[in-house]
Design a protein around this ligand. Structure first.
Ligand SMILES: Nc1ncnc2c1ncn2[C@@H]1O[C@H](COP(=O)(O)OP(=O)(O)OP(=O)(O)O)[C@@H](O)[C@H]1O
Ligand SMILES: [Mg+2]
Length: 231
């Protein structure tokens, strides 16, 4: 497909640019990005559409590296939080609750244990896979977004409910990993944000019966996976 020049850049990631064009959003991946990962992202999106977790539909284009998406008219929660909208943390906590409460019967999404070792050294695998197994036996599994942060939550300008985007990382796993993943991200970018984050999730972590030791273990897993992503 070709754009006619009227597209505008609305988002930029490591692997893709997102454009607004003729009433839709288009995610344009680098040509070097594997086409099967894009196909996987589309499958993930279908799964969360089906689970009622995200209304945004993905459509094929004639270019395997370009995904057409329903356009969200609005802004990232990040922008509002940076302007002092402290309630954004409450939305983040609510987003976790919503995702983790979704039914997983019939959902086509890989379990975390099946993919977590990809691209890791044997040593790293030996460090994290037993933790994932142990915690997966101890706590119930649910859909985990595994990249929940303020850039992946959009606030529609018409005032309708927030929309969680970017489901590429989501997996079936105990909720502890979702909370730990976001912890690791805050820890990288903002100690102030991390402190507030810890407060807003404390009750939910407690209600899930998650112990401090287990949370530390989940942090170890997420830190190792995060390191791989950045290399
Ligand atoms: N459907 C959409 N409507 C409006 N804006 C969007 C839409 N999808 C993405 N965006 C914008 O583009 C940004 C990047 O999109 P997205 O989070 O899907 O990509 P990414 O972070 O680069 O993804 P990945 O983690 O897969 O590399 C978002 O933060 C948002 O601002
Ligand atoms: Mg994103």
């Amino acid at each position: 497909m070709e754009f006619d020049g009227s597209q505008t850049l609305i988002g930029k990631g490591a692997q893709a640019d997102v454009f607004r064009y003729q009433g839709y959003a288009y995610k344009v991946y680098k040509n070097t990005y594997p086409a099967e990962w894009i196909a996987f992202e589309k499958e993930q999106q279908r799964a969360v559409n089906q689970a009622g977790l995200c209304p945004i539909r993905y459509y094929d284009t004639d270019d395997a590296h370009i995904i057409k998406m329903d356009l969200i008219e609005g802004e990232e929660l990040e922008k509002k939080v940076l302007n002092g909208y402290i309630e954004g943390f409450g939305i983040l906590a609510d987003a976790f609750r919503k995702v983790h409460a979704a039914p997983i019967d019939g959902i086509k999404m890989p379990p975390l244990i099946a993919t977590a070792g990809m691209g890791l050294s044997e040593e790293e695998q030996n460090k994290i896979l037993p933790i994932i197994e142990r915690l997966s036996q101890k706590y119930p599994s649910c859909i985990c977004h595994l990249d929940m942060h303020f850039l992946n939550i959009m606030l529609p300008s018409d005032g309708s409910e927030y929309v969680i985007i970017d489901w590429m990382n989501s997996r079936i796993a105990p909720a502890i990993f979702d909370y730990a993943r976001t912890y690791v991200i805050f820890d990288e970018f903002s100690q102030e944000g991390l402190a507030i984050y810890k407060q807003v999730i404390a009750d939910d972590i407690k209600a899930l019966g998650i112990s401090d030791e287990d949370f530390q273990d989940a942090l170890t897993v997420c830190a190792v996976i995060r390191k791989r992503e950045k290399n």
